[in-house]
Design a protein around this ligand. Sequence first.
Ligand SMILES: CC(C)(COP(=O)(O)OP(=O)(O)OC[C@H]1O[C@@H](n2cnc3c(N)ncnc32)[C@H](O)[C@@H]1OP(=O)(O)O)[C@@H](O)C(=O)NCCC(=O)NCCS
Length: 206
Amino acid sequence: MSFGSITVMFAQKEHAKYAERICNLIYESALQRGTGIAKRSNEYISAKIVGGKAVVALDGDKLVGFSYIECWGHGDFVATSGLIVDPEYRNLGLAARIKEKTFELARLRFPFAKLFSITTSLPVMKLNSRLGYKPVTFSELTDDEEFWAGCQGCCNYDILQRNNRRMCLCTGMLYDPKQPLEKQSALSPYWIMIKNKISKIFHLKK
Ligand SMILES: CC(C)(COP(=O)(O)OP(=O)(O)OC[C@H]1O[C@@H](n2cnc3c(N)ncnc32)[C@H](O)[C@@H]1OP(=O)(O)O)[C@@H](O)C(=O)NCCC(=O)NCCS
């Protein structure tokens, strides 16, 4: 496999055939990491692809990475979700390319929306920080019930509920197009991770 042969692009209708593989990759990674993840159906992923709301990474005919966007709160917010890279293609900078392309797609389609993501992943926090996202409390994210209902498939959903949706194991990160871009310190994702762990120890343990 050569990194140069991988194309990262806005998904087209014909890429809907990869929906099942994407769901499997997401599910298997969640099992391996032992972390929570919102489960998605083939139909859901397929709709994102057909609706022009997804990014795919292809090595020839093989799907090796994916992510999608969705708008919430009547278009005030756009979430970037479902980032996955085939385990054989990790640590090559592919997630960075997919994140950049997803960011480009979100800004093109919803230029006035705030972009957000919720994640437990350090690589994702790093990449978000580089794009200008900042860590925020859940209260600064969308209050769209349907978005949060998507967390029901996550094994940590009881934690979110127990905290009245104020916090969970994920960190919320927000990009506000109205805020001027500040240079992020390379250490900020690690700092976010540590702060998050500390707050969880004190707030989440019963
Ligand atoms: C998270 C994931 C998308 C990263 O994909 P990737 O293509 O390997 O990431 P990249 O090569 O673009 O690396 C991005 C950065 O994260 C770092 N990184 C990658 N994997 C890492 C890991 N397991 N632990 C810590 N840092 C990691 C890289 O070193 C790089 O940082 P740098 O630019 O400072 O060197 C991939 O591991 C994956 O699909 N995991 C399972 C699904 C998942 O966790 N999705 C996120 C859900 S929110």
